[in-house]
Ligand binder design. Structure first.
Ligand SMILES: NC(=O)c1ccc[n+]([C@@H]2O[C@H](COP(=O)([O-])OP(=O)(O)OC[C@H]3O[C@@H](n4cnc5c(N)ncnc54)[C@H](OP(=O)(O)O)[C@@H]3O)[C@@H](O)[C@H]2O)c1
Length: 213
């Protein structure tokens, strides 16, 4: 498979990159501060255009929109959550996903490829324990984006899935999280393999459990 993963320099993106490489897939990883990977800052439209130019017209079987930020962890409700934090989070977690998908649509169309969006269980309106307002809202927006892209891209044979990777021991998830990156990545890979036009628009976790919207 020909695969592109955003934010592949560390965390879940890196684990996915390593596992796909080991499986023998043709995987391109992107990173803000390259380190041998394809440069991409998803918040910068020029950077997204340059990434798409570098990819060229090659068919793409799977796009993994993994890059994301969680800037408002632990913010206090009365005085926290400043406007610039909302803007920076939405630029990465929502606009960044949209711009990446839009830029690589021609490549996905040729291959009738798949799009995997890393959202979070924190996007769920059913499970709403409070707190982390910015991150939750951004991941809910990413879920909404994925659900609507699934409808628009169905006629092209492009399937779109939205995923919760589990609570994963990364810089973002922290050392007390439930599962390691490798467990998350292998579970996600099985879910991405199973994604098809019949299941497009799904919202599920790394183990295939459906998440209520
Ligand atoms: N860990 C969890 O428990 C958990 C749970 C639910 C959902 N998720 C989601 O899963 C995805 C990966 O999470 P993670 O735990 O691996 O996070 P992480 O360890 O913090 O890594 C985030 C990755 O995204 C990249 N990134 C951030 N902003 C970017 C930008 N503007 N342009 C390009 N790349 C950017 C980072 O690059 P830099 O190194 O340059 O910062 C890094 O490679 C995220 O979307 C996250 O919201 C994670």
């Amino acid at each position: 498979m020909r695969i592109l993963i955003t934010g592949a320099n560390r965390g879940i993106g890196r684990a996915l990159f390593d596992a796909y490489s080991a499986r023998g897939d043709a995987v391109t990883g992107t990173a803000r501060k390259t380190g041998g990977l394809l440069p991409l800052d998803v918040t910068d439209p020029d950077s997204v255009r340059a990434m798409a130019d570098a990819v060229g017209p090659a068919p793409l079987d799977l796009l993994v929109c993994n890059a994301g930020v969680y800037l408002d962890k632990g913010q206090p409700l009365p005085s926290g959550y400043p406007a610039d934090m909302w803007a920076a989070t939405f630029a990465a977690n929502v606009t960044g996903v949209f711009l990446t998908v839009q830029a690589l649509l021609p490549n996905l169309r040729i291959a009738k490829g798949r799009i995997a969006i890393l959202s979070s269980i924190m996007a769920s309106d059913t499970r709403a324990p409070g707190g982390s307002y910015i991150y939750r809202a951004s991941k809910a927006a990413a879920l909404n984006l994925g659900r609507n892209l699934a409808v628009d891209l169905k006629p092209d044979g492009i399937a779109v899935g939205i995923y919760h990777p589990g609570w994963v021991r990364t810089d973002m998830g922290g050392s007390g999280a439930d599962i390691d990156m490798e467990t998350s990545a292998s579970g996600l890979m099985a879910r991405f393999d199973a994604l098809s036009p019949a299941t497009t628009g799904c919202f599920e976790d790394y183990a295939g459990r459906a998440i209520p919207f």
